[in-house]
Every structure is written in C-alpha cells, then in structure tokens.
Design a protein around this ligand. Structure first.
Ligand code: T3D
Length: 263
C-alpha cells in the first residue's frame, strides 16, 4: 500500500499538516494537492482549531512541483502551467494566507520552488539550521509562483528578491533569519518541539484579535498610511468587541492570567 502523501492531526487546538513524500523531498503531485485541499478545508471548518502548523517529513520540507509529472516529449504539447496555478497552487496559497488564526511553518530541510514560497506564506516561519530556501524556478525557465513575486520583495526588499529569483542560489536558514525573511532559525534537534510549543501557545491566545492583526498587516502593502489608519480604526472596533478583549482587560485589572477562548 502506498503511504499517505500528507499527514493530518489536531491536538490542543493545533492542526498539524505534515507533507509526506520524503523520497521526492515532499514535492507536490496531483494526489498531494488533493489531500492538501482536503486538509486545508478541514482545518478551516474545525472550530476547535486555533493554530496551524505546517512541516515536512524526512530531510526536505518541500521541493515544489513534482517535476516527474512535467517532462514533455518532443512534439508533445506542454502542460498549461497557468491552469495548474489557477486550479491547485493559488487556491492553496489563498487558503493558507486567509486562515483566521496563526499559521506556523517548521521548515525542516530544503524548501525549493513552490515549497519555499508556501513556507514563506505562513505567518511565522521557523527553520532548522540545516534548512535552506531556493527560488529554483529560474533554473528551469519559470518565474517564482505561489506568491513568491509578492512575498519576496515584501520580506527582503527588491534587490534581494531579484537576486534570489534570478540566480536561484541556495539561501541558508541563518541568512534567511539575518535578512528578516523568516522569524527564526533554530537547531535541527529542537525545531519540531519549538514549533509545536509556539503553535500551542498561539492556540491559547485571542484568536480573533490575531486574525485581525493578520488582516491589517496583509493590507498594509496596498494601503497609504492614511488608509491604514482608517483600517486600524475599523479593525480595532471589531477587536474591542471580542470576549477575549474583555477577558484580557479583566485579567490585567485583577492581576491574574487571562483565559482566552478565541471568541
Ligand atoms: O508545474 C506547475 O504546476 C507550475 C508550478 C511550479 C511550481 C514549482 O515548484 S516549479 C520548481 C520545481 N522544483 C524544483 O525545480 C526543485 C527541484 N529539486 C532540486 O533542485 C533539488 O532536488 C533540491 C535543490 C531541492 C535538493 O537537492 P539535493 O541534492 O539535496 O537532493 P536531490 O538528490 O536533488 O533530490 C533527492 C530526491 O528527490 C531525488 O530523487 P532520487 O534521485 O533520490 O530518486 C530527486 O529527483 C527528488 N526530487 C527533488 N526535487 C524534486 C524531486 N522529484 C520530483 N520533483 C521535484 N521537484
């Protein structure tokens, strides 16, 4: 029996998706895309989930598209990659980006092609010290997808985004941290524990407030300062009406630890 291309668990308010095709560095084939779609739908519909952890099995995080599905014999028509993005990658990236709670990526090894940009689409990226990020697209004549052409300049600036995208060089996790591309790089042996601890912590925090933080930060690159002030006004109004805000203030006044319900 072939192994499941993706593992999915929910515990302590944390949904964990593990990419599980280690022999091909967890590259995406059609079956894995289908499983990912199902898992992201399940995460979104499970009201007990307040954080998502994404990671990979084996020595790689994800090597992007499975290229063994992409070789074209002479005379054969090339696959429509636009359709592939429209049907598979873009919905996945939108679903990840729009999760109404924090998404954490534990990059356990090389993250290449779409794999790099899927990781970088998560809210908080922790990487093993031995991990690396490669915008491998240019080496096979493609452009960075899975949001890379938006995410990279936003995270590291245009000069570095162009260098990464056009040279396709390997960026170590340590440099990624120094450049502000990821939150933190940690020793390999503690990556999964640290990522899970962070996910468990976030799953006990004011979930609706965290979702509003994401909305505000995501909107910032399209907004002027004045527009962003207006958005902050609107979102703070919503945050101020949550049960968790009430609880946060009460706990502060009563000098006790708050118990947030994500409501
Ligand atoms: O097509 C569309 O739908 C459009 C969307 C495109 C999105 C994309 O992601 S395009 C970019 C696709 N990805 C790549 O170009 C990366 C290809 N892989 C690599 O460059 C290297 O494997 C790595 C730099 C990631 C790692 O190198 P290394 O030396 O550590 O490992 P390796 O020996 O190359 O790979 C280990 C195995 O995984 C190997 O299989 P084998 O020889 O042990 O049987 C290799 O073939 C396999 N593998 C790695 N990446 C892929 C892959 N198999 C299929 N597809 C892959 N992407």
């Amino acid at each position: 029996m072939s192994q499941a291309p993706l593992l999915y668990t929910v515990e302590d308010g944390v949904a964990c998706i593990t990419l599980n095709r280690p022999d091909s560095l967890n590259s995406f084939n059609t079956e894995m895309h289908a499983e990912m779609r199902k898992a992201l739908k399940a995460v979104r519909q499970d009201s007990s989930v307040r954080a998502l952890l994404l990671t990979g099995n084996g020595r790689g995080f994800c090597a992007g598209q499975d290229l063994s599905d992409r070789s074209v014999a002479p005379g054969e028509q090339a696959p429509d990659l636009g359709e592939s993005l429209e049907k598979r990658y873009n919905p996945m990236l939108r679903a990840l980006k729009d999760m109404p709670f924090p998404t954490i990526c534990a990059v356990n090894g090389v993250a290449a092609g779409a794999g790099a940009n899927i990781a970088l689409a998560c809210d908080i990226v922790l990487a093993a010290r031995s991990a690396s990020f490669i915008q491998a697209f240019c080496k096979i004549g493609l452009i960075p997808d899975s949001g890379g052409t938006w995410t990279l300049p936003n995270l590291v600036g245009m000069a570095r985004a162009k260098g990464l995208a056009m040279l396709g060089d390997k960026l170590t996790a340590e440099t990624a941290e120094q450049w502000g591309m990821i939150w933190r790089c940690v020793d390999d042996g503690v990556l999964q524990e640290e990522a899970m601890n962070m996910a468990r912590h976030l799953a006990t925090q004011p979930t609706r407030g965290l979702a509003l933080i994401k909305r505000a930060l995501h909107a910032s690159s399209d907004n002027s300062f004045n527009e962003q002030l207006d958005l902050e006004r609107d979102l703070q109004r919503l945050a101020g009406r949550t049960e968790d805000y009430r609880e946060g203030v009460s706990a502060f006044i009563e000098k006790r630890r708050p118990t947030f319900k994500g409501e």
